[in-house]
Write a protein that binds this ligand. Sequence first.
Ligand SMILES: Nc1ncnc2c1ncn2[C@@H]1O[C@H](COP(=O)(O)OP(=O)(O)OP(=O)(O)O)[C@@H](O)[C@H]1O
Ligand SMILES: [Mg+2]
Length: 222
Amino acid sequence: MLTAQKISKSYKNNRRKILDSYEITIEEGEFVAVMGESGSGKSTLLAVLAGILDPDEGQVLLEGRNLNSMSDEELSEIHRKKIGYVPQSNFFLKNYTILENIVEPFLGADDDETILIDNAKRHLERLGIADLSDRFPHELSGGEQKRAALARALLTEPVILIADEPTTGLDTETGGIILSYLSEYVRAGHAVLVATHDDHVRDYADRIIDIKKETGLHGVSS
Ligand SMILES: Nc1ncnc2c1ncn2[C@@H]1O[C@H](COP(=O)(O)OP(=O)(O)OP(=O)(O)O)[C@@H](O)[C@H]1O
Ligand SMILES: [Mg+2]
């Protein structure tokens, strides 16, 4: 469903290739975790696979469509409907409540606001932060913001959820709630890709990709 074809990526000020002609396919029903030390390239890989960052070479296809040759409009439609992306750092509009922050990116001519709000509340409930929906972002802890960001990314039931460090900074119990929820999402026929340092993820993931700082990722992913 999501396929990377020979993707390469390095940053200008750093000759090291984080991705070197790397190939990976993620299918529906798969929970994939990327692990590796800080600076090894986990966030880079996730951003490239999410179509947030273009690879230097190669391409990323979602359901056969090349994310790297799409117009901004097509790509933002993909990000509204098909790929849920949670970046490593949370981004919220500070003058909007959590509920407004979650729903706002999806309000458009073809979206029913009532359904979006109901869905948002359902996710917040399951993630244990239903009582925080009317608060402003700065009134939430880091872990609560992380869960709100996840609720936003799941709102339109994307085929794949790509979440960068979804449980970092959370206690084991709260992290467990999130990981169970993501597992359930996978079992319902979606795909989940996370980057993490959290060893608990090993109990939930079907596949672990280990990325090393010295070598990055190359060849075909197992
Ligand atoms: N925009 C950028 N410009 C230049 N170098 C970058 C940029 N973003 C990341 N890097 C470098 O690329 C490497 C990989 O970064 P990345 O954020 O992908 O690592 P990571 O595995 O997610 O680390 P962490 O566990 O700390 O989040 C690092 O050496 C980082 O300094
Ligand atoms: Mg990172």
